[in-house]
Design a protein. Structure first.
Length: 441
């Protein structure tokens, strides 16, 4: 983490097997540094920002700002997540949705609300647009019939409008059956299975309501999905808490089971405070993530696929030169729909007044949406404005920041610092793995 400290808002220095490099924050650009320039950069870091700006101008590395202060204005909606079942058969210890019920009575979404949500999404999509419907809960497969009805209806309307409609679902995996695998494969679903490591570690975090562990049940139930995966892709998502920090072992086991991707996410905001990641836990997680990343580098350079999604996503963003004012589409192109038809900034904000922005009948409230997009812009986040990672991170998960603050900034910078290094290592050895759209000077 110390090597990734935010010493300048304009630049960041890092080293790879090749040598020293400069990351220019504006435009997320990477440059190799000759030894003399590397020494000059080291002297500049932590000095006056005006001197750093002068350095960039002197070497022709300055450029008009890629990100200005202007928030998005009324962007088209491209993705809706439907909370088709605000109820769940598990009792996950850290559940942000409070047992899947979001602090209220258990409920299921009705067909009229689901239909109106789909029509709202499709009505705003022009010919050729790519849009997506996600199914979440609670546990969405509690309301399996509605998922299938919505999918078939959406396919029919999208075909008539000549719109590309995709589908995804996040499930705890315990209710999956052979017919689900057939249905998801037929419609090309992206299926995310929540599984928190392996065996006992998972069972402590994700038991059934009666207290029994769920790991064996999930692995049995997910097998029909993993056997297919032609049009469909099945991924595993591991929520990391202080009691399941053995990431490398979990990654290898889940990859070995046949998941197309495996990713990790730290638990930063939970009703059970003892399961929130603290500074020492985040350092351990970073060490484990880097262990996984080293394996990824070795496998990719050798020409073997290693589906560690955190690494894949980071390298793709770095290669594209990603620079963005928001971390995700929440409140912009993406909304979560509650069982009763409320529109929320994302699925994590369902039934949360902090993210309530409208309803299915009337769409997003323009005043609330404008205020959200203005307030959540990365330039409005005081600690982000001086951070070199701000256009890659874009301020972090809105839900976590609003409800806990920013305990993970050092972790995020540490991970991105490592990923910059890994990008150069892999790019130098296997440039064929990256689209020919970015050059490094």
């Amino acid at each position: 983490m110390p090597r990734s400290l935010p010493l300048s808002e304009f630049i960041h220095s890092f080293a790879s097997e090749r040598g020293q490099h400069l990351f220019v924050v504006n435009g997320s650009r990477i440059y190799d540094l000759e030894r003399s320039l590397a020494a000059e950069v080291d002297e500049l870091l932590g000095a006056d920002e005006a001197a750093i700006a002068s350095f960039l101008a002197r070497y022709g590395l300055d450029a008009p700002a890629c990100i200005d202060d202007d928030p998005l204005v009324d962007p088209p909606i491209r993705n809706l997540s439907l909370a088709v079942a605000q109820k769940c058969n598990l009792a996950c210890a850290y559940c942000y949705a409070q047992g899947g019920e979001f602090g209220g009575a258990a409920k299921s979404m009705s067909w009229p609300i689901a239909r109106d949500a789909v029509l709202r999404l499709l009505d705003g999509a022009g010919q050729g647009a790519r849009i997506n419907i996600s199914f979440l809960g609670g546990e969405p497969l509690v309301n399996r019939a509605l998922i299938r009805q919505v999918t078939e209806f959406g396919v029919e309307v999208a075909r008539a409008k000549r719109v590309h409609l995709g589908f995804s679902i996040t499930t705890n995996g315990t209710l999956l059956d052979e017919s689900d695998a057939e249905f998801f494969e037929a419609h090309g679903f992206a299926v995310t299975v929540s599984v928190d490591g392996t065996g006992e570690a998972h069972d402590r975090l994700r038991p059934f309501r009666g207290g029994d562990g769920s790991y064996r049940r999930i692995i049995s139930r997910v097998a029909p999905l993993l056997r297919r995966q032609r049009r469909m892709r099945a991924s595993a998502r591991v929520t990391v808490t202080p009691i399941n920090l053995g990431l490398r072992d979990a990654l290898d086991e889940l990859v070995g089971l046949g998941f197309a991707e495996v990713g990790f996410s730290p638990m930063l905001s939970a009703p059970a405070r003892h399961l929130e990641m603290q500074a020492a836990d985040l350092q351990t997680m970073l060490d484990e993530m880097i262990r996984c990343g080293r394996k990824f580098e070795t496998e990719m350079i050798a020409g073997r696929h290693y589906p560690f999604s955190n690494m894949t996503d980071a390298l793709q963003q770095i290669h594209r030169g990603t620079h963005r004012p928001y971390p995700c589409g929440a409140g912009a192109g993406y909304f979560g729909v509650s069982a009763e038809g409320g529109l929320f900034a994302c699925h994590r904000f369902v039934e949360d007044p902090a993210g309530h922005i409208g309803d299915v009948d009337h769409g997003p409230d323009p005043v609330k949406r404008a205020a959200w997009l203005a307030e959540r812009h990365v330039h409005r986040q005081p600690p982000c404005r001086s951070c070199w990672a701000r256009y890659l991170c874009a301020g972090g998960c809105h839900h976590e920041v609003i409800h806990r603050g920013r305990p993970a900034c050092d972790f995020i910078r540490g991970w991105l610092h490592y990923c910059l290094t890994a990008y150069v290592n892999v790019m130098d050895r296997r440039p064929d793995l990256f689209p020919a759209q970015r050059s490094r000077s």
